[in-house]
Design a protein around this ligand. Sequence first.
Ligand SMILES: [Zn+2]
Ligand SMILES: [Zn+2]
Length: 259
Amino acid sequence: MRFASLGSGSEGNALLISATSGITETTVMLDCGFGLREAESRLSHLHIDPKQLSGIIVTHEHQDHVGGVFRLARRHKIPVWMTHGTFESVRDDAAGVAVHICRDGEPVVIGDLEIQPYTVPHDAREPVQYTATDGIRKLGVLTDVGHSTPHLMKALGGCDALVLEFNHDTEMLSQSVYPPWLKARIGGQLGHLSNQQSADILQSVDRSRLKRLIAGHLSQKNNSPDKVRLAIDEVLGDSAVEVVIADQAAGFAWLESGA
Ligand SMILES: [Zn+2]
Ligand SMILES: [Zn+2]
């Protein structure tokens, strides 16, 4: 199982997850916050034709995640999965697209991939994040979450690879030019994870199989890759885990979920 990103951050998110068994390959996209042309161009950089996508899985209705889903899905006849609450927020845009409802605790099987939705605290109607497995490796994804919960810690345990939000540095956010209401939203219980919160999650999660950590959804104004690396180093130290920082402009290239 391998995975790659078209871009990560508040300007747009999309992740690809791909599994191969024998001669078949299943590729799904997790969120699409990019317009049609942009998404197609970013896909081609990762050597994926939109027609190869077996599904688009949506985490929640914020535009940086769902903004480009329906145009891409409609044009290339790709089925879409999302929670009922997310669908209620976007149903006006969904005409002509096959939408399947998913929910926490019920895995979605698409080809060679099993995708498991799990509920997270975030200021959307029914936000979920996902883990994915090909039966051998496990990839965990967690972005857009205000605080850790026992439920998400359990969901993310035992991953071979982890895409984890490192949204903001608390000090930079408090000093930033953002209006007070926005600072409160981002730093609040239903907002985004600070570097420290993410490091705490990394510290406590079952990392016994972890080979690769990708820091994602970094704020371009209230964080820096250096600060993120420092926070990660505090936890991982000189362990053999490979660390990658996802970029808004370029995402990250294909990575193997295992060794
Ligand atoms: Zn987001
Ligand atoms: Zn969000």
